[in-house]
Ligand binder design. Sequence first.
Ligand SMILES: C[S@@+](CC[C@H](N)C(=O)[O-])C[C@H]1O[C@@H](n2cnc3c(N)ncnc32)[C@H](O)[C@@H]1O
Length: 288
Amino acid sequence: MSSNEKLDRQGIFMSNAMGGPIIAPAPLEQLSAILDAGTGTTGWLSEVASLPGLPTSTELHGIDINNARFPHPPMTQDGSRQLYLDVIDLTEPLPEKYHNKFDLVNVRHVVTWLDPTQWDIVYRNFLTALKPGGFVQVQDTRMTVPEDFAKYSPGIKKYVGTMAKVFTLDSPAQVEIARILPLLPQHLPTLGYTDASQTIYPLLYGKLQPDPEVRKAGIAQMMGSARGFQARGAGCEGERLKNIVDGVIYEVPASFDEWDAFITESEHTFNEEGWALPMRITVARKPQ
Ligand SMILES: C[S@@+](CC[C@H](N)C(=O)[O-])C[C@H]1O[C@@H](n2cnc3c(N)ncnc32)[C@H](O)[C@@H]1O
């Protein structure tokens, strides 16, 4: 599977859990322009385009710092609608043509990967891009939010605690991001937003996932990440990598065979226990 397909599949997985790609209470028939910020493959825009009730006149815009994944020509996946795509760095002031233009700005799996010192700049840019009364919808999962981690089963904690180390989610900057993500609804009003709220939708993996096809794809995604690290020899050189969470030591496999054993054990855990990974959707509004 190409990395574009992986991103799209993950996006559809997220939208399924939310009951659709938009949960911001914006009436579809009144949306004249929508922006997907850090749009990547533009997968979210294609999902939105297929929503019954979205006017054919609604402009679908996508911006990203890197256009490598943009479709050519700039159309939705079913080829039915034009997309307006632009290369833009979200941490820089937005061009004037984007000011006060959008009824909805969506941002999925982007801001939590930026340095927290840049978050306010990005959220202020979204405020500038929104029409008065327009909505921002922020979609994020984070494996290591402390209050979430505490709820995982021991087997899932071992998977997450180990993978978090190789993803470097235990670095001070990443630990801080995991701490502040749940606080976003309290923070956005300090930047000028109103009506900020956060809803948690669980992404269901393994035993907890009722749809057999989605279950298979979810486990494949999780074990695929581990296989990727195994193939790169992660943890196999130098001192053994360890992550200590809540006083428990999670050791990263230190050989190809140890990775095999870890993956077999993790797959068993997913099948026997399952995992509900909280996805946080934060919605806020630009004042009227
Ligand atoms: C994990 S991908 C998510 C893509 C898409 N939102 C999705 O859910 O499929 C993160 C995206 O953010 C983009 N990105 C990262 N930093 C950015 C920045 N400063 N300005 C604009 N886009 C950025 C990356 O190029 C990448 O396409």
